[in-house]
Design a protein around this ligand. Sequence first.
Ligand code: C2O
Ligand code: CU
Length: 437
Amino acid sequence: MALRPARDLDARPGVLEVDLTARVEDVEIAAGKKTPTWTYNGGLPGPLLRARVGDRVIVHLRNELPAPTTVHWHGVRLPAAMDGAPGHSQPETPPGGDFTYDFVVPDAGLYWYHPHVDSAVQEGNGLYGPLLVEDPDEPAGLGDQLVLVLSDVSLRDDGSLEDPQAGGNLGTLFGREGDLLLVNGRVNPVIGARAGLRQRWRIVNAAKSRYYQLLITDHRFTRIGGDGGLLEHPVEEDRILLTPGERADVLVTPRGAPGATLSVRWVPYDRGYGATFGRPEVEAFRLRLADEPLAEDDPLPEVARRIEALDTAAARRVDLQLTREEGPGDLVMGINGVPSWEAEPLVAAVGETAVWTVENTMEFDHPFHLHGFFFQVLGADGQPVRPLAWKDTVNVPVDGAARFAVRYDNRPGMWMFHCHILDHADAGMMGMLHVVP
Ligand code: C2O
Ligand code: CU
């Protein structure tokens, strides 16, 4: 259940250096069956990379897959040449090739890595893993920390992975979801807990299409963080919603009789017009309470972070529409009526602030992701949503829009933005932002 940490090859403090080999390996997803899976270092998910704010991270990618690949470091404000976005800032790594990623992790939070070539297929085949960047100055005593990588998969009877292009255009339109929920690569795993003792869950939704909405009957969650580290202040929530690509940092105190089992349920989320794609409520994982009486936990330390609202008075406007193109043949999606392969990049300058409005003209929600920068989500009135938070992925609701303020505070370069339903991104719902000095 616990993730395998990556082996640090570098004894120097402040440097995490790891080998990451992308290769096909048999993984036991369903009991007794071997599933040839695309893995990093042979496991599903890829190894847990664990660093501290300001550390240098060096990753030696070796590509032993039958296809070219890259590694994108989702959410990390790194130089564009390390971002894994092929064709713009970094070449693809061919089969048999290698590439060394070398960057500093400037912000605390849970990030993740996945390919950015043929993403729906490669991530759907198993290529994803977590990168946890910790801040030693964070309050202690938040509880036992667990990193939970959520995903889903469909297996054929012989244990092999379902065709990543299954369902043709309709599959692309809905976004292909797997039937089996995976938590750290396992179906229905059991996590040990003690009644009354808080746990801290660092969760990433690494599924290529599925929205995760999790709840435990008669329990509440305290959400303390999101994509880019801690929130301005915690919020209480009955359920945790994560669109593909998003992260959550939540505290939960399990309650129940000694030895009892609590079910952490995935409940359908309406992605538009009642569309839950016929998915039933299902158990994602369980908590097994120790055979000990209710423990008395220490009070929750104060968890707060000073975040300034971005000043948008002089901000430039960026208006985007998520669109679906009509025509024969393969389903094509786009931004402002143009698929990614025909789009001209947007241009902006380092240091500028912009307000983006991303409008949804399609029949389902879309999780919108911008590379290279964090943003602050704005409400319909243009005011920042509280608590303030740094995000890199935000849901664009059906018949609505997402608005956010962003300051181009990272280095110049070509940066991607796209829907994180990867079937949609591959169908053209993607664009480029050229940030110039
Ligand atoms: Cu996780 Cu371009 O995305
Ligand atoms: Cu989409």
